[in-house]
Ligand binder design. Structure first.
Ligand code: UT7
Length: 326
């Protein structure tokens, strides 16, 4: 039986010019390259300029994705931006982006806030709309300017995060309905609000009319991140009807190299098949997975037919996974 599946036809990314190294940070707070490298695997991260907004990074990443997909802006039927750092409280950053990209009048545009799992959530929404036949082509973005909600005096958090944006173009195509099809074979998302206070912004519009700073109980997040990232992969592989041994590449949320190592061990997937960008991106929340995808495409590592497993975990807590064949 033929089915419609979302094909990943293009990716793009944008990183701000400014690079902040661990040595730079050691001049700002009581830390060292040695501590940051061994505890997190992070060496450097990109930081947005004051006048560089989440929509600006999204725009540049989108242009690259549209070009790589060989489509026109007018072909896009839906735009969704996953972010916890929108330009404004409202309207959605996606609406501003739709205007900048001069999308067709009436093209639906929305943001989704699922923290570091935002890209997985956004992909599930877009994929479902494509499979239902409501739209043909979607622009899915993860974009953050976390530096703007980072407390640069708090060494527990300021060494971890970075800014950037990644974009993917998904387009529906008729497939055979088999696990050998190309396109998105599965998405799965989860949340557990009981873990709300382990990772949060200490402010909010309704709470005190501010954006606030990131707070994290690192140890708690670390513990739960590992089984959540494993579950994201295992459950989406199950839905897709494929095995871990079929996977060519694993693209995890990029928060901490120690977490990525443990997850790879638990999944019994060789580190050679795991995409790691946390060393030069830091943790870019919703942007981390599409950034990693786009950068790896640019390097020419991915090949047609490759099976990619993705999983993310973040504040909420939220978590989930995607399985896609190129
Ligand atoms: O994106 C969403 C998901 N987020 C994550 O997955 C993050 C999960 N958590 C982590 O990655 C790790 O827990 C951290 C990297 C945040 C922290 O690593 P840790 O091994 O759990 O360290 P810790 O928080 O237990 O801190 C150990 C020590 C403490 O000192 P004492 O109390 O042992 O004297 C901290 O004060 O390291 C100290 N410390 C630092 N020292 C130098 C904390 N931050 C720093 C720092 N530089 N930047």
């Amino acid at each position: 039986m033929t089915v419609i599946r979302s094909q990943l036809i293009g990716t793009g990314y944008k990183l701000p010019e400014k690079v902040l190294t661990n040595d730079d940070l050691s001049k700002m707070v009581d830390t060292s390259d040695e501590w940051i490298s061994t505890r997190t695997g992070i060496k450097s991260r990109h930081i947005a300029a004051q006048d560089e907004l989440t929509s600006d990074l999204s725009y540049e990443a989108s242009l690259m994705a549209i070009k790589n997909a060989k489509i026109q802006n007018q072909d896009i039927d839906f735009v969704i931006v996953a972010t916890v750092t929108p330009d404004n409280t409202f309207p959605a950053t996606a609406a501003k982006l739709a205007k900048k990209l001069e999308l067709k009048p009436g093209t639906p545009a929305m943001d989704v806030n699922a923290a570091c799992s935002g890209f997985v959530y956004a992909t599930q929404i877009a994929d479902n709309m494509i499979r239902l036949g409501e739209i043909k082509t979607a622009l899915v973005i993860g974009a953050e300017t976390l530096s703007k909600i980072t407390d640069w005096t708090d060494r527990n958090t300021c060494v971890l995060f970075g800014d950037g944006a990644g974009a993917v173009i998904l387009q529906g195509a008729e497939c055979e309905g088999k696990n050998t099809d190309t396109g998105i074979l599965a998405t799965k998302i989860y949340a557990d609000g009981n873990q709300y206070e382990h990772l949060y912004s200490d402010s909010g519009v309704s709470l005190n009319q501010k954006a606030g700073f990131i707070h994290m109980d690192g140890k708690e997040v670390f513990k739960i991140a590992i089984p959540s990232l494993v579950q994201g992969v295992e459950e989406s592989l199950k839905i897709a009807g494929v095995q871990i041994s079929d996977v060519d590449w694993y693209v995890p949320h990029q928060a901490n190299l120690r977490i990525i190592d443990s997850v790879a061990k638990k999944l019994e997937i060789d580190m050679d098949k795991v995409i790691v960008t946390v060393d030069h991106h830091g943790n870019t929340s919703a942007a981390s997975i599409p950034l990693a995808l786009a950068e790896t495409f640019e390097k020419g590592k991915f090949k047609k037919g490759d099976l990619i497993a993705i999983s993310a975990m973040g504040a909420g807590f939220t978590w989930g996974g995607i399985v896609v064949r190129l």
